[in-house]
Design a protein around this ligand. Sequence first.
Ligand code: ADP
Length: 378
Amino acid sequence: MNKKLILSVAVVTALSMVQGAFLSAASLGSLLFLCFFYTIFYTECPKQVWMFFVLGLFVALLNWYYSTPIIVVIFLVFTLIECTRVILMAILRYPDTIRDLKSLTADLEQRVETRTMELKETNEQLKKANDKLRELDKMKTSFVSQASHDLRTPLAAIKGSLDNLAIGVAGPLTDRQLRILDRATRSVDRLTNLVNELLDINRIESGRTVLELNPVLLHTIVERVMQEMKPAADQKNITLLLQETNSNKMILADPSKIERIVGELVNNAIKYTPDGGVVEIRLSGTDHQVTLSIKDSGIGMTKEECGRIWDRFYRTVASQHFAKGSGLGLSIAKELVEMHGGRIRVDSEQGKGSTFTITLPVREKGENHGGSNDCDCG
Ligand code: ADP
C-alpha cells in the first residue's frame, strides 16, 4: 500500500510539473492518468475508482480554470488521509490481531498435544506388536529346532533301513525294486539335507554357531570338494576345472564351515548348469586376502533375482523348473562367509551363467570380523 502511495505522489508530482508548460493538455492528461492509475491499484474496490475518477475530473477543471498545479495539493491531502486511515485501522485492529494470534497459538498447541498423544499411543501399540512378534519368532525358532531334531532320528533310521535293503540284507532285489529304493533314498537324503539346513539356520540365528578357527589352506578344501562333486558332474557330463594363482596363502578359518560354503557353491554350479556345461573354479591370493570364484555356464539369473537369492527359501523361477532345492543353502553360506569377516557376491546373466565370488581375509588370531554380500547381474 505504501509503495502505491509513494508511486502515486511521484507520478502526480511529475505530471503537475509538466502541467506548468502545457496547461489544459496536462489537465486532461492528469485526469486520464489518475483514472488509469487508480483503476490499476484499486481494482478490488470499484467505488474508489469512481471516486478518483470524479476527483480527477474536478482537478482537471480547476487546472484548466486557474492554470495552477492544484492537483498536487489535493493529491497530497488525499494521500495523507489514506495513510492516516491505514495507520488508524492497524492500531484499532491491534487487540483483535493479538487475540486472533493467541487463539491460533492455543489451537496449535492443542493440536500438537493431541497429535503427540496419538503418536504415543501408536508407538505403544507398535512396541506391543513388536514384542509379540519377537515372542512368536522365538516360538517359531524353538518349534523348528525341536521339529528338526525330532525328524532327524527317524530319518536316519529310514535311511539305514533303505541302505540295508539296497545291499541285499533282506534278500536279493529286482532291478525295478532297486530303482524304487534309489528314488526313496534320494528323497530321504533331500529331507535330511533340509532338516540339517533348518537346524543350521536356527543355530546361526540364535548365535549358537561358533567358529573353530585354524590355519587353513583353501586349496586343500577346494580339491576335496571337487573330488566329492566329481560323480555328480560326471553324471551330467559337466567339466570341472581348477585354476590357481598364488593359492598357497593360509587363512585363519573354520575348515568345516569353509568346506560347507565351497561345497554349496560348487554343488549349485553343477546343479544349475545343463548337461555338457563347464564349471570353472579359480583360486587366487594376495598378502591380505584369498579369493575363490566359481563360474558356471548354467541358467543364470536376472538382476532382480541376484539381489534376492540370499533370502531364505527364495528360488528363481528358472531354477524351480530346472532342479529341486530348498532355497536355504546360499543364506547359510552368506552368514558363514560373513562370520569369517569375508564377502560373497554374484555376477550373473540370465541364460548365460553365474559367477559366485568369495573373498576371505588373511587374518591373525583375535582380529575382528565384518563382511558383506554384493551382486552384479544382468
Ligand atoms: P537351493 O537349494 O534352491 O539351490 P540355494 O540357497 O543354494 O538353494 O540357492 C538359492 C537359489 O539361488 C536357487 O534356488 C537358485 O534359484 C539360485 N541359484 C543359486 N546358485 C545358482 C547358480 N549357480 N545358477 C543359477 N541360479 C542359482
